[in-house]
Design a protein around this ligand. Structure first.
Ligand SMILES: [Zn+2]
Length: 122
């Protein structure tokens, strides 16, 4: 079918053809060979370093990474380790021996631990 005839007939196909022509009109084809381009480096060339920078821009900071692990119970606190099947002689806090080393003790109840976390300023 001739494109001009389709445009004149109206209907859905005619409208789709008009939309397609609008999309294609600004595209200029050249005789250069096709090639892949990498948008995350000004040169347009893929570089591992530019990929690393791009990935790093979406990753958590050290603080965010630690808090994410804390929320998932993925920090090596004795009560968590025991829950995961690690065989330990004791689950008491190795610093003060005054309570079970769990998240609450680690951050809020252990006097020494609290001082450490204050100095770290999470
Ligand atoms: Zn303690």
């Amino acid at each position: 079918m001739v494109w001009g005839m389709l445009l004149k007939t109206g209907g859905v196909e005619s409208e789709q053809l008009k939309n397609l022509i609008e999309l294609l009109t600004p595209i200029v084809l050249t005789s250069n060979p096709d090639m892949y381009t990498w948008d995350y480096d000004p040169s347009g060339t893929f570089l591992v370093n530019s990929a690393r920078r791009h990935i790093d821009s979406y990753t958590l900071s050290d603080r965010g990474y630690f808090l994410w692990r804390l929320l998932l119970n993925r920090i090596p606190i004795r009560s968590i380790l025991v829950d995961r099947g690690v065989d330990l002689e004791s689950i008491l806090c190795p610093i003060c021996q005054a309570g079970q080393e769990d998240v609450s003790h680690f951050f809020f109840q252990c006097d020494v631990g609290r001082q450490i976390w204050k100095s770290v300023e999470l």
